[in-house]
Write a protein that binds this ligand. Structure first.
Ligand code: HAM
Length: 442
């Protein structure tokens, strides 16, 4: 059917249209709130916004994310454009930011560049709760600083966002993947451990035994998990400097009171990582419990043809953030309708209300008016359902007196306000303020 949305995607719509929905996280007001919290926090950390195109050349992701990653082998939305070039809808944000960095020679403009983005990502995954074919990420990428404080800063930023949103019961899992040399030594040892157990491994892991055995550590498959239970850990293959860096990141996190748990088997699904990696998991989501993750990827810029600069960052799924917020604080979000809803009775009133609506909007108020002339009962019920704060029925009497009665929809209380003072009434805070005035003059 032409009118059905593709599988695994969703619409974000006003909250009042989602009452009784099983997916209240699709409320547009929630997304606006989240985005404004993100922007404000990014400002505090001085990460600046970058917007890259929704699609890139396919080879960017093949080279950047890794030929053997799930994303590249199974999940990309790839198409040939009319010029016969292979293009891919962005499955993740890091490689595109590196591409933009190289294109604009940003290394010549500033020694350190810290970016954030809020953007849709596309992955052809099996849709389920918390997993979509178009999802949205808040991501950051900090380029140019190899210090442990830089790793800690991005983790601090992410944790602070969750704190700001009131999210609790999160675990920050931390690991380090070390340098390419350390991982080569470790890979050899891991292969030697797993080779005799090859038959017990899942099909994916058997394939990865040659191409990328580290990813087997990340497998959720039961049999794989049994096979790696007694495997050597990467930690034993790190050199002094890498261990020191990892310890310094932990010390910096301790310094700002961020709790974490070291998980030697955390490897993450994208091939560009080295050094410290992390994932934040929540108990409030089902199987898809990773609310955000990232790490250091010092070699990526060079692999893509840029300068050899260190970098690290994270991506956090915005659907999962909102789902966690609502799971932990049901009813957290209160809808808000217009501040005032005019119901004019008759054409003279309509003309006046049209002007008043315009003037109040110019004064910064959220105002709606009815121009359909539907039955009063219907209009009052609409005012209720749109959660208007006040309604004003304007008829001949009101026109003659130059005064309107504002009905406060929640309390039912009515206040008479001269037409000319409407803006003032709202600026002063409405009924509550009017009552206070009355009390103080008594
Ligand atoms: P990622 O772990 O693939 O990392 O995705 C980051 C986050 O996006 C996940 O933790 C999850 O919250 C969310 N996410 C991923 N796939 C889906 C999906 N299909 N549906 C809903 N949410 C999803 C990256 O993408 C890296 N680029 C992160 C990064 C930035 N590392 C360094 N810089």
């Amino acid at each position: 059917m032409a009118s059905r949305s593709p599988k695994g995607v969703f619409d974000i719509i006003p909250a009042r249209l989602l009452r009784d929905s099983k997916e209240p996280w699709r409320a547009a007001e929630l997304w606006q709130w989240l985005e404004s919290e993100i922007r404000d926090l990014a400002r505090c950390y001085h990460f600046q916004e970058i917007r890259t195109p929704m699609f890139e050349r396919t080879e960017l992701f093949a080279r950047g994310v890794g030929e053997d990653s799930d994303i590249v082998t199974k999940e990309m939305y790839t198409f040939e454009d009319k010029g016969k070039r292979s293009m891919t809808l962005r499955p993740e944000g890091t490689a595109p930011v590196m591409r933009a960095f190289i294109d604009h020679k940003l290394q010549d403009k500033s020694p350190i560049n810290k970016f954030f983005y809020i953007a849709p990502m596309f992955r052809y995954e099996r849709p389920q709760s918390g997993r979509y074919r178009q999802h949205h990420q808040f991501g950051v990428e900090a380029i140019g600083d190899a210090s442990p404080e830089q790793d800690a800063e991005v983790i601090d930023l992410l944790v602070n966002l969750y704190r700001r949103l009131g999210i609790q019961e999160l675990t920050v899992q931390l690991n380090t993947l070390g340098s390419e040399e350390s991982r080569t030594r470790f890979r050899k040892a891991l292969r030697a451990h797993l080779e005799p157990l090859r038959d017990q491994l899942s099909e994916d892991s058997q394939r990865r035994l040659e191409s990328n055995p580290l990813r087997i550590l990340d497998s959720k498959d039961e049999a794989d998990r049994r096979a790696i239970a007694a495997a050597p850990t990467l930690m034993d293959f790190l050199d002094e400097g890498e261990i020191e860096h990892f310890r310094a990141v932990q010390a910096a996190l301790d310094e700002v009171g961020i709790a974490y748990s070291v998980q030697p088997q955390l490897v993450r699904g994208l091939d560009y990582y080295n050094g410290v990696v992390f994932e934040v998991v929540t108990q409030s989501l089902g199987a898809q419990n990773s609310i955000g993750g990232g790490g250091r990827y010092d070699g990526l810029l060079k692999t893509l043809g840029g300068s050899d600069l260190p970098a690290c960052g994270f991506g956090s799924g915005m659907e999962r953030i909102l789902q966690t917020v609502l799971a932990q604080q049901p009813g957290f979000w209160k809808e808000s309708g217009p501040q005032l809803y005019f119901i004019p009775l008759g054409s003279a009133a309509r003309q006046l209300c049209f002007r008043l609506t315009h003037e109040l909007r110019m004064a910064g108020l959220a105002v709606e008016m009815d121009a359909t002339g539907r039955k009063l009962k219907k209009l009052m019920s609409y005012a209720n359902s749109s959660t208007a704060q006040y309604t004003a029925i304007v008829g001949d009497d009101e026109l003659a007196a130059g005064i309107v009665k504002l009905k406060h929809m929640e309390s039912g209380e009515e206040t008479s306000v001269p037409l000319k003072e409407l803006a003032l009434f709202f600026e002063a805070g409405g009924v509550a303020a009017a009552q206070q005035d009355q009390q103080s003059s008594e």
